[in-house]
Design a protein around this ligand. Sequence first.
Ligand code: CTP
Length: 419
Amino acid sequence: MKLSGKHIVIGITGGIAAYKSANLVRLFVKSGAEVQVIMTPHAKEFITPVTLSTLSGKPVISEFFTANTGEWHSHVDLGLWADAFIVAPATASTIAKMATGVADNMLVTSYLSTRAKVFVAPAMDMDMMMHPSTVRNIETLRSDGCTIIEPAEGELASHLIGKGRMEEPDAIFRRVATFLIENEKYNLNPEINGCDGKAAAQLKNKRVLITAGPTRERLDPVRFISNYSTGKMGVAIADEAARRGADVTLVLGPCNASPTESGVMVVNVESARDMLDVCERYFPSTDIAIMCAAVADYTVAHPSEVKIKRENNEIPSFEFVKNPDIAAILGKRKRDNQYMVGFALETDHENVNAIEKLNRKNLNMIVMNSLRDEGAGFGTDTNKVTIHTSDGRSKEFGLKDKKAVASDIWDSILENTNG
Ligand code: CTP
């Protein structure tokens, strides 16, 4: 991605992920952009200004004045110079200052002065990330027009496992670069904070939760039962949501499909139970949930702890128990300001069954596809759907590739949620 002539401010705060920002600076410089690094005083304890000024080719700014010359650094000039303003890593403390306008360092002061699009990549311990004050502050930044680049799940500096690892530099780079390129394509005024381009504006500030792919239910450590879902439809829906500007969390069962848009955060799961756990965590802060996964309806009551051997005399038999119905559970908890979409893959009485599921699971919309239609359903690159909504309307679509179907689904959701 070429970004010649673009001006990027990279704000670095005092977190362990600060070392990754060196790579972020390098990626922007390599793309032809000019980079100005601003560090908070604490950031210098994690990475040296010398490293960053060498990589960016510009002195790093950290203080309001240069100590020996008394030269004043204008935060206003810097804010106006920027085409994109990135804070990565963004600690809980800097996020709180940005949310409340506490301008006690060069980074937050420049943030308050900028008219550029702002990207914030939080990095912190999982409990700090989930603390109501952090959640509230991030929410405020979102409604102020910042794009939050959600942290990933994994091992954290505390050695705890959870959500809080700063997104990888190449994903942050792609996200910002795509914004700048799209912005130019749509010829919008890049100086307005929060202006994401025509398509990207449609779902701006919306949090979308999508389930996709199959689930696996274990029989023993090497065997499972599952289904033919390839995850392609759900991944296409996730990519389309990200292209339209949403913050997307994709809860993905085991499959080969993966999103191409950097705005999609993937949480990989195996069983229906895992999928439910993750969905329950994200659903309360979700605006639109799309249940596209082919969730196994049954799981094994007592999977074997050890591999079941062929030499055993008895043919094994398993007791099956019902899996939780994720869509129905979330449907029960759905608030009036949340919108839920389900899928129904049917083989007979298609529309009747789909509408029955729409009502039973308290959904707002259901997307029906029939295995009787050639080119629809599992594994294909195409699909043919009929969309039913809870107000009794239905719309049938022709056979299309899954990307186009994803676009039809989002158009229908937007039509229904915008009144
Ligand atoms: N679903 C879910 N959790 C389950 C089963 C289904 O979240 N345990 C969701 C699917 O993701 C889909 C919708 O519910 O959005 C309908 O799924 P489907 O398998 O067609 O419906 P079931 O309720 O399982 O009914 P049946 O298998 O009897 O047709």
